[in-house]
Design a protein around this ligand. Structure first.
Ligand code: NAD
Length: 293
């Protein structure tokens, strides 16, 4: 079997050029400039690089973005008051806090302070609760991007078996809810799951968000499954100039010949996560028009 690659990079480009840029232009004609603020604390290279990607994509879509940078010594109170300022600024439609944060700052406290209408990462209890209840809301970006990729592959989830590996609040849990809302039967696996291979044996769709490089190999995957690889890791390689390469949670080379569809790393879930963030920013900005008409 030759797997078809679901290219998140291509889909995201298409969303930026054909959907977001057009809708952003329409909003600008109504004097609304969608505006995203990113809070970046500390000097972590990976965080800086994720934020740079978000800025680049936002610029392509015509969405205004601003990065507010703070040193790792900033206090929790100062971050909270920055979020209050953003919540009260009617010209800002979305805010995200790039994680991780330094240990002395409570992630839960900071995220909970964001007004739900500006929570374009979809992490606040209000938005998570609405997602759980099946209400239209700001859905967290990686799961939203994954659902889009499944749609593009033509995978109808109704009645299908979906196995999700990983139960994080930002990927595993929300994506399992979204799959259930499309009538899939979902099996959730995590670090205490016994006999993972058995849980994978009758899966039509496998979503892997574990955070371990090449965690899943070909012998664990049923023939013809659709595989979504969320993981992203920089590992040493003697085949590249830089001495490093990016790999996912799935051993792509080993798995590719068995699956019907698979997402690559890089160029899979990552770009779709950013496209979803910008879609959410537009969703928030558009709400302003409706709230004034
Ligand atoms: P996390 O560390 O919060 O959660 C990992 C989950 O994996 C946990 O629920 C844990 O129970 C489970 N797990 C760990 N070991 C396991 C094992 N042996 N068997 C079964 N389950 C096991 O991770 P996360 O935030 O969900 O991220 C997962 C991966 O996805 C990371 O590599 C992260 O960098 C990546 N990620 C990528 C994007 C993107 O946009 N591409 C977005 C979010 C996360």
């Amino acid at each position: 079997m030759t797997a078809k690659i679901i290219s998140g990079r291509e889909v995201a480009e298409h969303i930026l050029e054909k959907e977001l840029s057009v809708k952003v232009k329409e909003l600008k004609e109504k004097n609304i400039v969608p505006n995203l603020v990113v809070i970046l604390v500390g000097e972590m290279k990976a965080s800086a690089s994720y934020v740079a990607q978000k800025e680049k994509f936002a610029a392509k879509a015509g969405i205004k973005s601003e990065v507010r940078r703070f040193t790792a010594e900033i206090s929790e109170e100062e971050i909270l008051s920055e979020i209050d300022k953003i919540n009260n600024d009617s010209l800002i439609h979305g805010v995200i806090v790039q994680l991780p944060l330094p240990d002395h700052i409570s992630v839960a406290k900071v995220l909970n302070r964001i007004h739900p209408s500006k929570d374009v990462d979809g992490f606040t209890p209000n938005n998570v609760g609405k997602l759980f209840l099946g209400e239209d809301t700001l859905v967290s970006c990686t799961p939203k991007g994954i659902m889009q990729m499944l749609r593009i592959s033509g995978t109808d989830l109704s009645g299908k078996n979906v196995t999700v590996i990983g139960r994080s609040n930002i990927v595993g849990k929300p994506v399992s809810i979204l799959c259930q809302s499309q009538n899939a039967t979902v099996t959730m696996c995590h670090s205490r799951t016994k006999d993972l291979n058995h849980k994978l044996s009758d899966a039509d769709v496998i979503i892997v968000a574990v955070g371990v490089p090449k965690f899943i190999s070909g012998d664990q995957i049923p023939e013809g499954a659709v595989v979504i690889d969320v993981g992203i890791h920089r590992v040493k390689s003697n085949k590249t100039k830089s001495g490093y390469k990016l790999v996912g949670d799935v051993n792509f080379d080993d798995v590719e010949s068995k699956v019907s569809y698979i997402t690559p790393v890089p160029g899979g879930v990552g770009p779709m996560t950013i496209a979803s963030l910008l879609r959410n920013t537009l969703f928030s900005a558009k709400k302003i028009i409706y709230s004034h008409t």
